[in-house]
Design a protein around this ligand. Structure first.
Ligand SMILES: C[S@@+](CC[C@H](N)C(=O)[O-])C[C@H]1O[C@@H](n2cnc3c(N)ncnc32)[C@H](O)[C@@H]1O
Length: 350
């Protein structure tokens, strides 16, 4: 916990010098000098800003504030949260599926890492103090924490609980928080990376700047985000952007029904044929079937993945030019078309 405390700052005031009391792998409190107390539940510091922490505790841990009046006290005047961010925190269904899916799929995780971060293996972070911005259920953090000196995974969602359970390494820490009001000291990290996250925030550029502030001068950033222009047709189609104006207006049961129907169509049209090709020894061909990576996942996973494609609370698509602009003034800037499936962008902070 001491290694983490030295990186933390209060997400409200930016104060450092936070302290911890309690059981580091169970329940406790992180206190900031100004008197705020943040829950640690299941070994995970919950350092969400008050507008998000108050509804989160009410929805998921209603007893915590009763047992810890110091937390309840400073949360009483919490402002209203932005609805789409609150929905990302409480309802983004992919996270709920991942919560249930705790089978380690290391080969799968490595394959997605290589797709998102071509030419930048997890080993490249050896010996560094690294932040993953939006670690979800920790599939990539698990790969990087084998090499980093310290790995911190930050995410808005309860995915951090899965990440913590999967990765008990003593140099790995998982923190629930909002990357736009992050609970870390500016310049605390040697590097940050982020896979598939910034485009799900209200202002991706502002989110990038927020994460960039956490890296020291000479430190590195590596991110993967959605694109549309210059991408493969199958990737563009998979985002179902043409259906969103309709699906955004449908009631939730109709959204679920549509997700089920489309999942059944992809099952028949792509996943079943991909599995059949594998059975007859044509695995290389099967790997070329679009979205074959989900062919062996269960129905709930596939249906939820489809649901989130149809109804994400927030989605932006970035262009090469926008990413070059984000990284203007950084050294060694690269914006790579990641195999026609999104953009990888990197640079060294001036
Ligand atoms: C598509 S998932 C990707 C997760 C992970 N990087 C991976 O590749 O498995 C997007 C993640 O972004 C997280 N996220 C969205 N907005 C966030 C915010 N403001 N602060 C922190 N995490 C956020 C979500 O909770 C979700 O876990």
């Amino acid at each position: 916990m001491d290694a983490l405390l030295s990186l933390l700052a209060c997400p409200v005031t930016g104060e450092t010098g936070l302290t911890f009391e309690g059981d580091p792998s169970g329940e406790g409190l992180i206190r900031s000098p100004g008197g705020r107390a943040w829950p640690v539940i299941g070994g995970v510091p919950r350092m969400l800003p008050p507008d998000l922490l108050a509804p989160f505790l009410r929805a998921h841990f209603p007893d915590f504030a009763t047992r810890h009046p110091d937390v309840a006290r400073w949360l009483t005047d919490a402002p209203e949260a932005e609805p789409a961010v609150l929905e990302t925190l409480l309802d983004y269904s992919f996270q709920h599926v991942d919560l249930a899916d705790s089978a380690p799929l290391v080969d799968d995780w490595r394959a997605t890492w290589d797709r998102f971060q071509p030419g930048l293996p997890p080993e490249a972070f050896a010996g560094e103090v690294v932040l993953e911005v939006g670690c979800g259920e920790g599939r990539h953090a698990w790969l990087v924490s084998q090499h980093a000196r310290t790995l911190v995974g930050l995410d808005l969602s309860r995915g951090v609980e899965v990440a913590r359970r999967r990765d008990p390494r003593p140099n790995a820490f998982y923190v629930q928080g909002d990357l736009r009001r992050p609970p870390f000291r500016p310049g605390a990290f040697d590097a940050f990376y982020s896979n598939g996250v910034l485009h799900h925030t209200p202002d991706p550029r502002g989110s990038f700047d927020s994460a960039a502030r956490l890296v020291r001068a000479g430190g590195r950033a590596a991110l993967w985000v959605y694109g549309l222009d210059e991408m493969r047709w199958s990737y563009r189609l998979s985002h179902l952007t043409f259906l969103r104006p309709l699906t955004n207006r449908l009631p939730r049961p109709a959204q679920m029904a549509l997700a089920s129907g489309l999942t059944a169509a992809v099952e028949v049209g792509l996943w079943a044929p991909a599995r059949a090709l594998e059975r007859v020894g044509l695995s290389t061909l099967a790997a070329r079937v679009p979205y074959h990576d989900a062919a062996h996942r269960d129905w709930t996973y596939k249906q939820r993945r489809m649901f989130d494609r149809l109804n994400p609370p927030i989605t932006h698509y970035l262009t090469r030019e926008a990413l070059l602009e984000w990284l203007r003034g950084w050294a060694g800037v690269q914006v790579i078309n990641a195999d026609g499936q999104g953009w990888s962008a990197r640079g060294v902070k001036p």
